[in-house]
Ligand binder design. Structure first.
Ligand code: CAA
Length: 285
């Protein structure tokens, strides 16, 4: 029988971390969420408030349910408060040295059976694992944005991840009401490896004035039934995140499909990161 996780730590309360905390708490798990400082926690709590209010407005949750859900999440700036967790999901920015430091610290804080999961979308789970004394208990748990809505969770096993850890995490993903897929440790895993070549191509088309942003997006929405066009989706993902994913995949595969379109870098340098900065391919209130 799969192991039941009861207390889960979430490290990093950005868009993804807050979404993951919400999904875990929605299923009845106790969540301890960590961010580097009070400002980070306040931003994370803002995400949680916004999303749960939206769920109430959409009839997915009532006010009492919202209070119970939020009551299951405690916040802290101390990693040491995760000592009793049986699973920790890390969702800090996509930099290996940051993730390595988080897991190296957690290794000395949590018990030896605690499973460490990373929500990385582009870094190697194997490499993250070797920064801990328990690489067999390190796994990828890759959620999709918006986490509260999208069902996919990619479960990534390194060559040394224990099979039981994969089974237990897959069972947890099902318990969350989501759809797990299991994959080995390769940049882009499944979904991003397929998706980002397409998104990058759309940026190149826009860059060469092949079509307007509206027409590029409309073509894929109305011609292919995608919920969002590629440029609107890049704004949702964040242009900086998209660049990092493309760059990592390009360095691993040298496939030109993944060589980031120059416009992406220019927009990032100019501070146009998408929805999170108020402007990307489109402008947001
Ligand atoms: N909690 C619970 N449910 C919520 C919710 C919340 N906070 N917010 C919305 N929902 C529900 C709504 O109630 C609605 O459900 P019903 O259809 O049952 O009524 C559903 O979610 C859709 O919500 P909306 O009607 O508000 O929005 P929409 O229909 O315009 O869809 C969208 C918005 C979900 C973002 C959709 O456009 C979409 O799926 N876009 C594509 C997103 C995508 O591809 N993401 C992947 C990015 S790649 C990634 O994340 C990986 C990476 O590593 C970068």
């Amino acid at each position: 029988m799969a192991r039941q996780f009861s207390t889960v730590g979430v490290v990093g309360l950005g868009t993804m971390g807050a979404g993951i905390a919400e999904v875990l708490a929605r299923t009845g798990l106790t969540v301890i969420a960590v961010d580097v400082n009070e400002e980070g926690l306040a931003r994370g709590l803002g995400h949680l408030e916004h999303s749960t209010s939206r769920a109430v407005a959409r009839g997915k949750l009532d006010e009492a349910g919202k209070a119970v859900l939020l009551g299951r999440i405690t916040t802290t700036t101390e990693l040491a408060d995760l000592a009793e967790c049986d699973l920790v999901v890390e969702a800090v920015p996509e930099r290996m040295e940051l993730k390595a430091a988080v897991f190296a610290a957690l290794d000395g804080i949590c018990g030896p059976d605690t499973v460490f999961a990373s929500n990385t979308s582009s870094l190697s789970i194997t490499e993250i694992g070797v920064h801990t004394g328990r690489p067999g208990k390190v796994v990828g748990m890759h959620f999709f944005n918006p986490t509260q809505v999208l069902k996919l969770v990619e479960v990534i096993r390194s060559v040394v991840t224990e099979p039981e850890v994969v089974t237990d995490v897959v069972a947890l993903v099902e318990q969350l009401g989501k759809a797990p897929v299991v994959i080995g440790d390769r940049a882009g895993f499944i979904a991003n490896a397929l998706l980002f070549g397409y998104l990058n191509h759309a940026v190149r088309m826009y860059e060469s004035r092949y079509a307007t942003r509206e027409d590029l997006d409309a073509a894929m929405r109305y011609g292919c039934g995608y919920p969002m066009g590629p440029l609107a989706l890049l704004d949702l993902i964040g242009l900086d995140t998209a660049y990092e994913i493309l760059d990592t995949m390009y360095h691993q595969s040298r496939n030109r499909l993944h060589a980031p379109a120059p416009l992406l870098k220019q927009m990032i340098t100019a501070g146009l990161l998408g929805r999170k900065s108020g402007r990307g391919f489109y402008t947001y209130d």
